[in-house]
Design a protein around this ligand. Structure first.
Ligand code: ASP
Length: 314
């Protein structure tokens, strides 16, 4: 159903199984996803920009320990938190991104600053933080990102790394979920925007960066077609240029946003072994949220409707 404006969000895709989720945990996730939708929607409803809406919606998820971004970011092999984020405007095609930042409370805010205040698109590490400081970005101590749950995930990942193939296959992998948060929106002026923020993959090494910060892979927006944010195994998103593929299939093959999104997740990405999902909204307010994992935290809010939030494949 086309809509004049609207917002779609995700809080990560992966092995999210209903029988491993307690009712309390599920309620917490639903509450936070709903809050993120409402915060973004409210901006759109009063005539605000899609860019501001996606940024604000992502900040809500970054501030929650539940998601792999901001406060709840996963740990690297060395026990640090290195985060990636990007944001893109569908009207101007301007974008901003940050890679491997360690002390920024809200990486999506820094990505927005890179877009608005620098002459560059991508800033990394200490340099990105120094740039953010010039504009008063909030920096926090590394303790801020400590959560017991993520620390245990790192220990589990290190343990699994040492196992033989057959020992590994017998383990419970229900907690091997990816993370990342993202939002896409269409505003009343007809502008589209997308934002993505991620702690990356648990136990990552050697300064590994993911797709979340890469325009065309994890994030893309173009008013001609759609806005997209992805979550899942970043290496495959980069190889299959997933986010841009959705836009290209719409622009050059005339596919609908649903068809293009399904095809981007089900096509080369899946054939190569990629797991994950994406959210997309087109210039007519049509949305898509395909994924090939057992679950994806996701939701949307369109005019005249209640927030819709879902987790499992239902
Ligand atoms: N795409 C992110 C990355 O590879 C992780 C995720 O979404 O699960 O860094």
């Amino acid at each position: 159903m086309p809509a004049e404006f609207g917002i779609v969000i995700h809080g990560g895709a992966g092995t999210i199984l209903k029988d491993k989720m307690t009712p309390d945990k599920e309620a917490e996730y639903r509450e936070r996803l709903t809050e993120s939708l409402r915060v973004g929607y409210e901006i759109l409803d009063r005539g605000g920009a899609a860019l501001d809406a996606v940024q604000a919606a992502v900040v809500v998820m970054e501030d929650s320990p539940l998601f792999n971004a901001g406060k709840g970011a996963v740990f690297t092999h060395d026990g640090t938190n290195e985060q990636d984020a990007s944001i893109m405007c569908g009207r101007t095609l301007n974008s901003g991104a940050v890679a491997g930042v360690r002390r920024v409370k809200n990486p999506v805010d820094l990505a927005r600053l890179v877009m608005d205040k620098s002459e560059h698109i991508l800033l990394a590490g200490d340099g990105a933080e120094a740039f953010g400081k010039l504009y008063g970005i909030e920096l926090v101590d590394s303790d801020y990102f400590y959560t017991e749950h993520r620390w245990k995930q790192l220990q589990a990942a290190k343990y699994k790394e040492k196992l033989t193939q057959s020992d590994y296959s017998q383990l419970d992998h229900s907690d091997d979920k990816h993370g990342t948060v993202g939002a896409v929106a269409l505003d009343k002026k007809g502008d589209l925007a997308a934002a993505t923020s991620s702690g990356g993959m648990t136990n990552k090494k050697f300064g590994r960066l993911g797709d979340s910060l890469i325009v065309g892979a994890g994030t893309y927006a173009n008013n001609v077609t759609c806005a997209v944010s992805g979550t899942g195994h970043g290496e495959y998103f980069i190889t299959a240029v997933v986010a841009y593929t959705v836009a290209v299939l719409m622009e050059h093959k005339g596919l609908s946003v649903e068809e293009a999104a399904e095809s981007a997740i089900g096509g080369r990405f899946a054939e190569l072994g990629g797991t994950g999902g994406l959210i997309a909204i087109d210039r007519g307010g049509n949305i898509a949220m395909p994924f090939n994992t057992p679950g994806m935290y996701r939701g949307y809010l369109l005019p005249g409707q209640k927030p819709v939030v879902a987790i499992f494949k239902d």
